[in-house]
Design a protein around this ligand. Structure first.
Ligand SMILES: *Cc1c(COP(=O)(O)O)cnc(C)c1O
Length: 371
């Protein structure tokens, strides 16, 4: 049988593995930070209407510049982000993963470097690799916060072309204060003109505010967002960013023409019409997230402060102990995530019933292991 290594693939891809969160068929799936609530029926109806209309024109290419969608995304950001954003400042693609890929194709690439503060979102280094961008592991404190001085030192020393700051961070859950982002941006620009990407995939779940206001006067700052989490539309594949209009112009150089299908644009526009209902679910998830934190702490776990729709908890004897706990929770029908952070697991906030099932499983496993 032919294997990848028998093929003439690029040298840097040899021996690597693809992104692979397990997609297992278990009753309670709390492992990929999806929103547990299906879209409301009224929205499903509206999507059907808008897609039916779009279907009448599928003989033509879609709006290459997705102008209506970008305008509506800008309105949403302006309304909820504490900062006015125009359609010219917004760019959309098939998930924020594609947004990040386009940014790295434009600002990274062979001979260039990107830095992230690990542990963080595993797709950032993977997309860097795919675009030929060298990856630098930046420092994070033992409690998973970002130390401003350490982050500034790393950026000053390595002079990266692209800087990633994920806030709230995945998989740890904690947010990065605005003053840290300001300091890292200054240090990055002092080292060389570089792009700073603030990944706000989870910001709607935060106790704090969006960092969109930092866009003012910072032409090399990008704030990326997604409809996969708060909007409960992971299956839609719609991510977007806000930045200076020049950054939007720059990614036009690498984006594939007509990358966002007319069906995707129609569906996203329908979802945006139902923003208030969807953000209502976010409120429920935030209180369930807080409940998970409280209950896990009551069980004497170490729980990282969470501003996201998931909670990181431990500490387990690593690495075997961590995986054994993951396995025992799975045997009780609940799938959580072992992100490879030594001693910790991550659980996504689900419905109240799903969270109860998770907490029951954890209590049983804890009792079993201390017996
Ligand atoms: C889930 C997630 C995304 C979203 O990716 P999509 O491609 O939009 O589904 C982006 N960034 C982080 C940190 C995430 O956890």
């Amino acid at each position: 049988m032919t294997s990848i290594d028998d093929l003439p693939v690029r040298d840097e891809l040899r021996g690597q593995s693809p992104y692979g969160a397990p997609q297992l068929d278990v009753p309670v799936r709390l492992n990929t930070n999806e929103n547990p609530y299906p879209l409301p029926e009224a929205l499903v109806e509206r999507i059907t209407e808008r897609v039916r209309e779009a279907a009448r024109h599928l003989n033509r290419y879609p709006d290459r510049n997705a102008v209506e969608l970008r305008t509506e995304l800008a309105k949403y950001l302006t309304r909820t982000g504490g900062h006015p954003v125009t359609g010219e400042q917004v760019w959309a693609a098939n998930g924020s993963n594609e947004v990040i890929q386009q940014l790295l194709q434009t600002f990274g690439g062979p001979g260039r470097t990107a830095i992230g503060f690990e542990p963080s979102y595993s797709m950032h280094p993977l997309i860097a690799r795919g675009t030929g961008t060298d990856w630098i592991d930046g420092p994070r404190e033992p409690d998973f916060t970002l130390d401003t001085q350490a982050a500034v030192r790393a950026v000053t020393e390595h002079r990266p072309h692209v800087v990633f700051i994920t806030t709230p961070n995945n998989p740890t859950g904690n947010a990065v204060p605005a003053e840290t982002v300001r300091a890292v941006y200054e240090a990055a620009q002092a080292a060389r003109p570089s792009l700073v990407i603030v990944d706000e995939a989870y910001v709607e779940f935060s106790h704090g505010d969006s960092l969109l206001p930092l866009l003012a006067g910072r032409p090399n700052l990008v704030v990326s967002r997604t409809m996969s989490k708060a909007f409960g539309a992971a299956g839609l594949r719609l991510g977007y960013f806000a930045a200076d209009p020049a950054v939007v112009d720059a990614v036009q150089l690498v984006r594939l023409p007509y990358h966002l299908s007319a069906v995707t644009q129609a569906t996203a526009l329908a979802a945006l019409e139902h923003t208030d209902t969807l953000l209502g679910y976010v409120d429920q998830l935030k209180s369930e997230r807080d409940r998970l934190v409280t209950e896990l702490r009551a069980l004497e776990y170490e729980v990282t402060v969470s501003d996201a729709n998931f909670v990181q908890f431990g500490r387990f004897e690593d690495p075997d102990g961590t995986h054994a706990v993951w396995q025992r929770i799975l045997e009780r029908g609940v799938l959580v995530r072992d992100n490879g952070v030594p001693g910790y697991l991550r659980v996504t906030a689900g419905t109240p019933e799903e969270n109860d099932a998770f907490l029951d499983a954890v209590r049983e496993v804890k009792k079993e292991l201390s017996a």
